[in-house]
Design a protein around this ligand. Structure first.
Ligand SMILES: C[S@@+](CC[C@H](N)C(=O)[O-])C[C@H]1O[C@@H](n2cnc3c(N)ncnc32)[C@H](O)[C@@H]1O
Length: 275
């Protein structure tokens, strides 16, 4: 396990992922019944934006710093989540998904966090100690299968792997299929990087074959044409998104696209149903 999210915290993918997680959970919270939020690949929970690791890549400049400088009110909830972990207007810290999700909890909701890397799991425990979150250090796929369906009537599973292992997509597909068989109405969010369109289309074909009914694909292509061999953007697969979320999605995606478009590119950020 070499991947460390501290190098990438607050990049454009984090801005889209965390903005959509906020919108999704808020949409589910329009109903009073309790929610369990499960973050299978939680990372450290909180990141130093001016620390050595973040400074080495400078990715936050193209992500969170752009979103904070953007005037669009549709990004207010995301900006508030970042400001909540910072004392000054100039952000020094970046909230990972555990902190973003913890901020959304109502008294009736539960948060389960999981991180396998020993150092990151220890950091996560420390960062989350004043929250009601339960922290595990297990294999993400074993935990996803073991803890679903949750005890509450509704739940969301967030799957955000580093994709450093060749069998990552296969493990996601197998686990998603097994979980869907026993929890067909569960909401699941799966993050993935976009490298090239052909690989991505093949992946969508594989997922289509699972026959999961409500399956939304959100894709963020940063550049106007595919850039060979590099990171071209990121996507989220969302199983069973609530209606209030999908209704509110188009203007939010447009606000994010505008805020994050690289110099000289319009990019594309859109949602489509799979199949
Ligand atoms: C992309 S980062 C998570 C970022 C976090 N979700 C956020 O948005 O702030 C992926 C994390 O998954 C962890 N990880 C990798 N393989 C894992 C596995 N099989 N089980 C649990 N955690 C794993 C890595 O150590 C890393 O911290």
């Amino acid at each position: 396990m070499n991947y460390r999210h501290a190098f990438h915290a607050g990049n454009s993918a984090d801005v889209v992922k965390h903005s959509l997680l906020i919108a999704l959970v808020r949409a589910l919270q329009q109903k009073q019944s309790a929610l369990t939020l499960i973050d299978t690949h939680a990372g450290c929970g909180l990141y130093d934006l001016i620390g050595d690791q973040a400074q080495r890549t400078g990715e936050a400049a193209q992500g969170v710093l752009r979103a904070l400088a953007d005037p669009n009110p549709l990004l207010d909830d995301y900006r508030a989540a970042v400001q909540a972990v910072n004392k000054d207007a100039e952000p020094r810290l970046y909230p990972g998904s555990p902190q973003v999700l913890a901020q959304l909890l109502r008294p009736q909701d539960f948060l389960i966090l999981n991180e396998k890397h020993p150092e990151d799991a220890a950091a996560l425990r420390s960062v989350m100690r004043d929250t009601p979150a339960a922290v595990h250090q297990r294999d993400a796929y074993e935990l996803w299968l073991a803890l679903t369906p949750p005890r509450t009537p509704r739940g969301v599973v967030v799957v955000d792997p580093p994709y450093e292992k060749t069998d990552e997509r296969e493990r996601i597909t197998t686990t998603l299929a097994a979980v869907h068989r026993k929890w067909a109405h569960g909401v699941t969010v799966i993050w993935y990087p976009l490298k090239d369109r052909a690989t991505h289309e093949r992946r969508k074909d594989q997922l289509r074959k699972l026959g999961i009914g409500k399956f939304l694909c959100v894709e963020h292509w940063l550049y106007d044409s595919e850039q060979p061999g590099i990171y071209n953007g990121a996507g989220l697969h969302i199983v069973n998104p609530p209606y209030a979320f999908t209704e509110a999605l188009p203007p939010l995606l447009e606000a994010l696209r505008t805020a994050l478009a690289p110099e000289g590119h319009r990019g594309k950020l859109a949602a489509d149903w799979l199949g």
